[in-house]
Ligand binder design. Structure first.
Ligand code: GAP
Length: 437
C-alpha cells in the first residue's frame, strides 16, 4: 500500500497535478503547489461543493471572509488557550520532534533515542501586522475558516433578511503549524477548507446533525467514491475538539489506512456565546444563542481521496494488444464533473496538414465550451493512453473520413467505445454526455 502511495505521488508530479513547493530550493515544510491539472481538479471540487450547498439546499448563503482577523477572535474561540494544541515530544539525541499520539513506542522513531516529557504545542501560525513587530502587532493566520462566519452571523442575518434556521458556506485557506505534517497533501501546514455552518434552534440540532451526516456521505458517493472506501466514525468523547458536543468523522481508506476527510460537528452555542462574551456584541437571536451544526472538509484532502479512488493500474494494458502485454496502463476514472480535462482533440496523424488544420479548428470551436487539450505528438494509441491517464472523459479523433464527411470519432474513456458524429452536432452531443445541458 505504501508502494501505491509512492506511485500516486510520482504520478501527480509527472502529470502536472501536484508539485512540491519551493522545489528548486529543496522543498519547504510540507507545502505543495497545484499544477495545471491539479488546479482544474481543485476548482471542480470547490464548484461541486459550492453548487451542492448553494444551489441544492435552500437557505444557505455564501461568504468570503478575511484570513487575518483580530487576535481577540482566537482568544474567544479557544484556539489560543483551550484545546488547539498537540502534545509534542523531542528526542534528546537527534532533537527531532514528534506528536506524542503518533508514536507507537516510547522511543524516537528516527534514531531510537530517549524522548523528553510531552509538552503542549499550540498550532496557531503567528504573524505581525503593520510596520512594528511587537506583541501589540501580533495576530494569527486563521486555523479554520468558520470563525469568519461566526463574526458575520449578524451581518448576514440582517443584510439577507434571514430567519433561523439557515446556513453560511465558505471556502478558503487555513493554516496550522502541524508538528508532524505527513502523507503528502493529507496533512499540511497550509490547506483549503470548505465549511458550512448551519444555525438552528437548540432542540433541532441533533436531528439536523444526522441530516447533514447523510447528505455529506452521499456527496462523496455521488461523485464516484467507492462505497467500500468510505465510512462514518463516531468520535469518542475524549477525542472531541474543544468546541464540539458531538462529532462524526467521514473517513476514506487511503493507502496508509482509514483517515478523516471531513468532520461533522455539533458545536452547540460555543462559538456565538463566546464571541458575544468577548466582543460585548449581543449575538442572540430571539433571546437565545442559535446552535451550530458544522460540516468541514479539506479541499486538498478530499482531492487526494478522489485521486486515490480513481487511480487504476491495468496490467497488460486496456486493449490487451501484444505490444502492451508487458506494460502497465493507468486509468484515472474520475467522475465527469471532477476530471480536469473533459475533451481532447487529436488528428489521426500529424504529418497531414489538412487533418491537422481540421483538428485545430475543432479544438478552437470547443475551447470556449469545455476544458480541452489538443495533442498531435506520438502514435494515436499512445495519445489515448495519455488522456486515460489524466482522466479525460472524451477523446475526439479527426481522420481521413472526417475530411470528406465533416465528422469525427468520439472515444469514451471508460468503455473505449467509439462513435462517429457530425462536427456540427458536436457541442450539443458533448454537453448532453457531460450532463451540462
Ligand atoms: N472548523 C472545524 C475544523 O476545522 P477539523 O476536523 O480540524 O475541523 C476539518 O478540520 C477538515 O479540514 C479535516 O477533515 C480535513 O479535511 C481538513 N484539515 C484539517 N487539518 C488539515 C491539515 N493539516 N492538512 C490538510 N487538511 C486539513
Amino acid at each position: 500500500m505504501i508502494d501505491l502511495m509512492q506511485k500516486i505521488v510520482s504520478f501527480t508530479k509527472r502529470r502536472g497535478f501536484i508539485f512540491p513547493s519551493s522545489e528548486i530550493y529543496g522543498g519547504f515544510g510540507s507545502c505543495y503547489d497545484f499544477g495545471p491539472l491539479g488546479v482544474e481538479m481543485k476548482n471542480n471540487i470547490k464548484r461541486a461543493w459550492w453548487d451542492e450547498m448553494i444551489k441544492k439546499h435552500d437557505d444557505i448563503v455564501g461568504l468570503d471572509s478575511s484570513i487575518l482577523m483580530s487576535p481577540k477572535v482566537w482568544e474567544a474561540s479557544g484556539h489560543l488557550t483551550a484545546g488547539f494544541a498537540d502534545e509534542l515530544v523531542e528526542c534528546k539525541k537527534c532533537h527531532h520532534r514528534f506528536r506524542k499520539d503518533f508514536l507507537k513506542k516510547g522511543k524516537c522513531p528516527d534514531c531510537g533515542g530517549e524522548l523528553t516529557k510531552a509538552r503542549k504545542f499550540n498550532l496557531m501560525m503567528k504573524t505581525f501586522v503593520g510596520p512594528v513587530e511587537n506583541e501589540a502587532a501580533v495576530t494569527y493566520l486563521r486555523a479554520e475558516t468558520c470563525q469568519g462566519i461566526y463574526l458575520n452571523f449578524k451581518n448576514v442575518l440582517q443584510s439577507m433578511r434571514k430567519k433561523i434556521p439557515f446556513g453560511i458556506a465558505q471556502i478558503g485557506k487555513a493554516f496550522r503549524n502541524e508538528i508532524n505534517p505527513r502523507n503528502f497533501v493529507y496533512r499540511t501546514r497550509e490547506f483549503e477548507q470548505m465549511e458550512m455552518q448551519w444555525f438552528c434552534q437548540p432542540k433541532e440540532a441533533p436531528k439536523i446533525f444526522n441530516y447533514w451526516k447523510k447528505e455529506r456521505i452521499n456527496w462523496y458517493l455521488n461523485l464516484g467514491i467507492k462505497k467500500s472506501n468510505l465510512r462514518a466514525r463516531e468520535v469518542s468523547k475524549d477525542e472531541l475538539a474543544h468546541y464540539a458536543k458531538r462529532a462524526v468523522d467521514i473517513e476514506y481508506k487511503f493507502p496508509f489506512g482509514w483517515k478523516e476527510i471531513e468532520g461533522i460537528h455539533n458545536r452547540g452555542d460555543w462559538d456565538l456565546s463566546n464571541h458575544s462574551k468577548h466582543s460585548g456584541e449581543d449575538l442572540k437571536y430571539e433571546g437565545y444563542f442559535p446552535h451550530i451544526i458544522e460540516t468541514s472538509v479539506g479541499v486538498d484532502r478530499s482531492l487526494f481521496a478522489f485521486l486515490c479512488d480513481a487511480y487504476t493500474e491495468i496490467r497488460g494494458g486496456r486493449t490487451k494488444t501484444t505490444k502492451a502485454a508487458k506494460e502497465v496502463e493507468i486509468l484515472l476514472n474520475l467522475n465527469k464533473s471532477l476530471a480536469p480535462i473533459k475533451v481532447a482533440v487529436l488528428p489521426l496523424v500529424k504529418n497531414k496538414p489538412k487533418l491537422v488544420k481540421k483538428a485545430k479548428d475543432v479544438y478552437q470551436m470547443l475551447k470556449p465550451q469545455f476544458r480541452c487539450q489538443y495533442d498531435e505528438v506520438s502514435s494515436i494509441g499512445r495519445r489515448y493512453r495519455r488522456q486515460d491517464e489524466i482522466g479525460t472523459i472524451f477523446t475526439l479523433t479527426v481522420d481521413f473520413e472526417s475530411l470528406e464527411q465533416n465528422d469525427l470519432t468520439i472515444r469514451d474513456r471508460d468503455t473505449m467505445e467509439q462513435e462517429r458524429v457530425k462536427i456540427e452536432d458536436l457541442i450539443k452531443i458533448l454537453k448532453k454526455k457531460l450532463n451540462e445541458q
